[in-house]
Design a protein around this ligand. Structure first.
Ligand SMILES: Cc1ncc(C[n+]2csc(CCOP(=O)(O)OP(=O)(O)O)c2C)c(N)n1
Ligand code: SF4
Ligand SMILES: [Mg+2]
Length: 347
């Protein structure tokens, strides 16, 4: 277990750990890759929320994005699954021990192509997991082919034009039952920090689609997933301000223009609305706004949809409080008499 250090003058968080305890190995991704910026935000969010690293399980599939868990929370548990299979591995891990805090990192290819079947079932189960898609519109690891989130008409580095419409993973997740759905951009530190901290306070599936430019294969003119395009076409739904349950900060806000959403653990997310009267508790409006912004060639960012009190998969299954993984054999195995009775009833 990572032990709290109390050297004088050393900055530590609420559980006595410094930021080093939240770091992982040195990144091997390209310099400037959006995925690196997201790892940095995960490190700060976990530090600021006082997450115990050993309570975390990091999960991923295959891709540059899926390598990211190696670069944060070095003392957490980790499982780098087969391509597109992170949802089933995560489901198994959480059913065995639902006291773990699951952070999954996938890519737009890992999720939207080979993993789409597993993704849809994860969303409809509302498993308690933070599921991040590091979305660069291409298969970065295999040299930049279009992925299923690449926009119709966007251009690859080779000049090839994409002639298929994209899958909107946020619209899909909302439609299927995920209870916290947000979109952000790796270059927007403030928004991403608030979203990650709110996701850490949520109980249920928190699906975060984060635009994360691939500087090597998809950052040119004609791409709709480049840094330049993201900065020009990001349409934030409002300003987010997250206040964790352990901080007694009162936020000054104008009535009518700011909405307070109470999270599962008692933290509050304040949403200062911009021009639109957006309500993140309204599923239909979330889908409509996603469609409207996409039709304008823009992408809406911020908290798109939240249902803080929706029952998660662990509640639905009515699992016992103690993790199945640590229950004694005598509590998980039927006695010989019960077993004989069951077998008898099947004759
Ligand atoms: C079963 C299988 N099929 C294909 C591949 C080749 N492959 C490796 S990563 C990848 C796509 C990665 O794209 P994405 O998830 O978007 O991650 P990125 O590298 O862009 O972060 C593919 C097709 C593989 N490793 N395994
Ligand atoms: S190839 Fe692209 S996605 Fe992969 S590490 Fe480099 S910049 Fe990132
Ligand atoms: Mg990708």
């Amino acid at each position: 277990m990572t032990v709290a250090t109390s050297q004088p003058g050393k900055k530590v968080n609420r559980i006595g750990l410094d930021t080093k305890a939240y770091r992982g190995s040195k990144t091997t991704l390209c310099a400037g890759c959006g995925h690196n910026a997201i790892s940095e935000r995960i490190i700060s969010a976990c530090y600021e929320m006082g997450v115990q690293p050993e309570r975390v399980i990091k999960l991923s599939g295959i891709g540059c994005s899926s390598k990211s868990p190696a670069y944060f929370l070095g003392s957490a548990h980790g499982f780098n699954a087969v391509h597109g299979r992170m949802p089933s591995v995560g489901t198994g891990a959480l059913l065995a021990n639902h006291q773990l805090l699951a952070i999954g990192v996938s890519g737009d290819g890992d999720t939207g192509a080979i993993g789409i079947g597993q993704f849809v079932h994860l969303m409809r189960r509302n498993l308690p997991i933070i599921y991040i898609i590091e979305d660069n519109g291409c298969y970065g690891l295999t040299k930049g082919q279009f992925s299923p989130t690449a926009d119709l008409g966007s251009k690859a580095k080779t000049g090839v034009v994409n002639d298929l419409p994209p899958i909107d993973t946020c619209a899909l997740a909302i439609e299927l039952g995920a209870s916290f759905v947000a979109r952000s951009f790796s270059g927007d530190k403030k928004q991403l920090a608030a979203i990650l901290k709110a996701a850490l306070s949520h109980r249920g599936t928190a699906m975060l689609d984060i635009l994360s430019p691939c500087v090597t294969f998809n950052d040119h003119e004609g791409s709709t997933k480049s840094y330049a395009y993201a900065m020009e076409h990001d349409d934030p739904l409002g300003e987010l301000n997250f206040v964790p349950y352990f901080e007694e900060i009162s936020v000054d806000y104008e009535a009518g223009s700011t909405q307070a959403v109470e999270m599962h653990d008692g933290s509050t997310l304040y949403l200062k609305k911009l021009d639109e009267d957006y309500d993140p508790l309204n599923k239909g409006q979330a889908i409509a706004v996603l469609n409207e912004t996409r039709n304008r060639g823009e992408f809406a960012t911020g908290l798109l949809y939240v249902e803080p009190t929706k029952r998660d998969f662990i509640d639905v299954l009515n699992l016992v409080e103690e993790p199945l993984a640590t229950l004694s054999e005598s509590r998980v195995r039927p006695t010989e008499a019960v077993f004989t009775e069951i077998m008898g009833s099947l004759r």
